[in-house]
Design a protein around this ligand. Structure first.
Ligand SMILES: [Zn+2]
Length: 361
């Protein structure tokens, strides 16, 4: 394949980086995972993935790169000095739509999210139930589209909802809806991780859809499957967006929003965009009344890493410092009773503020 080699050489000289070569699979049906920039990738059996997520606090995160073929993404996942994401705009350092955002925030609450949390389960059933729920909320406005985004490796389609704006440029918020507790058959209620993130995105969507919000930029609400098995759902979605040449102005991730002993959320500073983080800090301070803390969460810790790997500006607002997070996640004890609803409320306030403000970027 001379032609392919020539292209690879060109790409290498342009980026001054050597291409990431995947090791060959030792057997069929195995998955290739990568847990750091330096990690050349390890083939593991699918079932072993579940034991690796037992304790998120102590666990090593990883990204499943089995299906990632884009050299740009593979190189970015291995780059020691990552270049910042390409941005189509500059984020402002003041907020111009506070009254409008506050009027939507005033119609948000935690009653819907509390009810939602009670009825959530994981797996394919959850994917279909969520899809129906989002469709129901979308019926408020005929312009809104809702789709299931299928994944080739697991039966848990992601759900993508879109409130079209005057521009096709995208302002996105996302959360994963799968949960894990050590093995495929384990009961994994996943209340904090990540039913809370899922209902934060749902409530933001409900308020803006039912309130008839007409954004300038297009707003998208994503719920991903397959996060706990190596960010597979979000990797597929953002690979598709990159291949389609979509312009993503900002991606904000919601993963764990309901356990915060300090009462202050944290902006995750690694594998995120520092300019977008400064804007998120402004939004959190305005809409929750609290200056957020900052923390890092490591390689492949959640779906923002998929947006970032595909070259899109990403941010992640986490419930607290990473060492003060819920001790129950990835166990049968990650249940409704442990949820701190004031934390969920803060994330909803921030999310609606973000979506309204960024819709004007
Ligand atoms: Zn999670």
């Amino acid at each position: 394949m001379v032609f392919k080699a020539a292209i690879a050489a060109l790409a290498a000289s342009a980026q001054l980086a050597s291409a990431f070569e995947k090791p060959a699979a030792p057997a069929q049906g195995m998955r290739l995972i990568k847990s750091s920039e330096e990690d050349p990738g390890q083939w593991i059996f699918k079932e072993d993935k579940y034991t690796m997520v037992k304790s998120k606090r102590g666990r090593k995160h990883y990204i499943d790169i089995t299906n990632i073929e884009d050299d740009f993404v593979l190189e970015r996942l291995s780059a020691k000095n990552r270049v910042a994401a390409q941005k189509a705009i500059e984020y402002p350092d003041t907020l111009g739509h506070v009254d409008e955002a506050q009027s939507f925030i005033s119609s948000a609450g935690t009653e819907g999210p509390q009810l939602g949390l009670k009825h959530l389960t994981s797996g394919t059933e959850a994917a279909n139930r969520l899809f129906k729920k989002v469709q129901d909320l979308a019926s408020a406005n005929a312009a809104i589209t809702v789709e299931q985004f299928p994944h080739s490796d697991f039966d848990q389609p992601s759900v993508l909802a879109r409130i079209p704006g005057k521009s096709e440029n995208l302002v996105i918020i996302g959360a994963h809806f799968d949960s894990a507790a050590g093995k495929p058959s384990a009961a994994a209620p996943g209340a904090d991780d990540n039913a809370t993130g899922m209902v934060v995105v749902l409530e933001s969507f409900r308020v803006l859809a039912q309130g008839g919000f007409e954004p300038e930029n297009t707003l998208e609400f994503h719920w991903y499957g397959g996060e706990e098995i190596g960010l597979v759902g979000s990797a597929d979605v953002f690979a598709h967006y990159r291949a389609a040449g979509k312009t993503v102005l900002s991606y904000v991730n919601q993963d764990m929003a309901g356990y915060s002993p300090s009462g202050t959320p944290a902006i995750i500073t690694d594998y995120t965009d520092s300019d977008l983080n400064a804007y998120v800090k402004l939004l959190v301070t305005e809409y929750t009344g609290q200056a957020p803390n900052e923390d890092a969460c490591g390689y492949g810790c959640s779906d923002h890493a998929s947006a970032d790997a595909n070259g899109f500006p990403a941010a992640f607002l986490f419930e607290d410092f990473t060492n003060q997070t819920s001790p129950y996640i990835h166990t049968v004890n990650d249940t409704l009773g442990t949820i701190m609803w004031d934390a969920v409320e803060r994330h909803i306030q921030f999310s609606i503020g973000y979506l309204v403000e960024a819709s004007y970027l």
